[in-house]
Design a binder for this molecule. Structure first.
Ligand code: S3P
Length: 457
């Protein structure tokens, strides 16, 4: 009998995943590896001379898309029996891919790889899922085209996209108009294969995560970092750069840890211990924000691993109160606003999230998804220009909503966390996207005391 893929079968039932109230979360929570660092480790390892060993690589949909793209570009990538990955690099000589790079849901993988390949003399085609195919690529094609590379995109500057690499790429200087580590990294990675100096200027109020800079130095690239009198960071890659393989251990992802952290804060009688979390100051705004709300979070055993600050985190249930969070915090916690909005829903009083318009161009329009999701669960909230205002319910009941995840992993996880502490269960229509960043999220949460299950209607 012909077996059709699931998407082609007539579905006469509706599946949803429901998060019911938990009696408390306990124990040690083994958060998976950092997604941002995993993408970068595969790319730089793949480009380097020699064999790079990566421990703690995040094995999620997004990272696997980058991994298979790097294989198509010539890197030899294998998993050893002990879970370590080895990447035999191409020593700068990337190979033209013989088929399209299907990047799935991975915005970071796509934008960084577009930078990497655009200064190599061949064509690369990119595609992705419906979420990725609706995200703007002009923020990278605009600067990268100045190197001489050409970009053919769908109407509106989205994927599918063909990158026609420059034969003799020219060095550029680019001042970032937006706080974006993806744009910054795309230009720096392009610069690796350009003769001369490629410079990115990062204005003081647009500073974003510096993982690429740290890792480039770890792989031996010549990268200068200076600051001008206005506090802007001037990043200069001296090309052509040759990278040298190295061994690295990827810290656990603070963006993933934010879900169990908030779950423990809002669920009474909880205490979780989260080892080895990356706490890069340009990534850890969520800890600053939650502490300002009265969260009982302590950092232990702070250290440096793989060139990144790392610590163990202990978190206990807390009575949270509303806060006014300035726009200046946004770049250091841009991915954490959906789960922060859940913390705000359980806080006493009003929380204002200022300057969060970038949320509109993430895996879904998270600006709208936060507002719609909270309202569906009885939490009053509103948009004021680029700000979101949330009227926390404190101990008053909320929940009972059904969330449309729209292929957005962080929206799905945030509202499942809401269900753990809400009076009424919270349902999510499709949790498949969670696998893009945190494949064992539901399993780990349930092991810690959550009550999340699939239902068929
Ligand atoms: C990322 C940068 C951020 C973030 C994304 C990961 C990275 O995107 O939202 O999840 O690894 O560089 P922007 O550069 O668009 O801010």
């Amino acid at each position: 009998m012909l077996s059709l893929p699931l998407s082609n079968k007539k579905r006469d039932f509706f599946m949803k995943t429901v998060s019911n109230r938990s009696k408390g979360l306990f124990g040690t929570f083994a958060t998976p590896g950092d997604k941002s660092l995993s993408h970068r480790a595969l790319m730089l390892g793949g480009l380097a001379k020699g064999s790079t060993k990566i421990k703690g690589l995040l094995e999620s949909g997004d990272v696997m898309a980058t991994l298979s793209a790097m294989r198509k570009l010539g890197a030899d990538i294998e998993k050893l029996p002990d879970g370590t990955w080895t990447v035999a690099g191409v020593d700068s000589g990337l190979r033209a891919p013989d088929s399209v790079l299907d990047m799935g849901n991975a915005g970071t993988g796509t934008r960084l790889l577009a930078g990497l390949v655009c200064t190599h003399p061949f064509e690369t085609r990119f595609t992705g899922d419906t979420s990725l195919c609706s995200r703007p690529m002009n923020r990278i094609t605009l600067p990268l085209a100045q190197t001489g590379a050409r970009f053919e995109t769908a109407q509106g500057g989205t994927l599918p996209m063909t990158v026609i690499g420059a034969k003799a790429p020219k060095p550029i200087t680019y001042r970032l108009p937006v706080a974006s580590a993806q744009v910054k990294s795309a230009v720096l990675l392009a610069g690796l294969n350009i003769d001369g100096d490629t410079t990115v200027i990062e204005p003081a109020d647009l500073k974003s995560r510096d993982h690429t800079e740290r890792m480039l130095r770890g792989f031996g690239a010549a990268l200068d970092i200076a600051e001008d009198s206005d506090g802007a960071r001037i990043l200069t890659v001296h090309g052509k750069a040759s990278l040298t393989a190295c061994d690295l251990t990827v810290p656990a992802d603070i963006s993933s840890a934010a879900f169990p952290i908030v779950a423990a804060l809002i669920t009474p009688d909880s205490e979780l211990f989260l080892p080895d979390i990356g706490i890069n100051p340009l990534r850890s705004g969520i800890l600053t924000a939650l502490k300002a709300m009265g969260a009982d979070i302590t950092l232990e055993n702070s250290r440096i691993a793989a060139g990144e600050p790392v610590a163990d985190i202990r978190v206990k249930s807390s009575e949270l109160h509303g806060v006014d969070l300035p726009a200046s915090l946004a770049p250091s916690m841009i991915d954490e606003y959906p789960i922060l909005a859940i913390a705000a829903a359980f806080a006493d009083g009003k929380t204002t999230l200022r300057g969060v318009s970038e949320l509109k161009v993430k895996e879904s329009n998270r600006f709208d998804a936060i507002l719609n999701g909270l309202k569906a669960n009885g939490v009053a909230c509103s948009a004021l220009g680029n700000d979101i205002e949330i009227k926390g319910r404190g101990k008053n009941p909320c929940g009972g909503g059904l969330i449309e995840a729209k292929l957005d992993h962080r929206i799905a996880m945030s509202f499942l966390v809401m269900g753990m502490a809400a009076e009424n269960p919270v349902a999510v229509d499709d949790v498949s996207s969670i696998a893009t960043s945190f494949p064992n999220f539901i399993e780990l949460m349930n092991k810690s005391g959550a009550n999340i299950h699939d239902y068929r209607d």
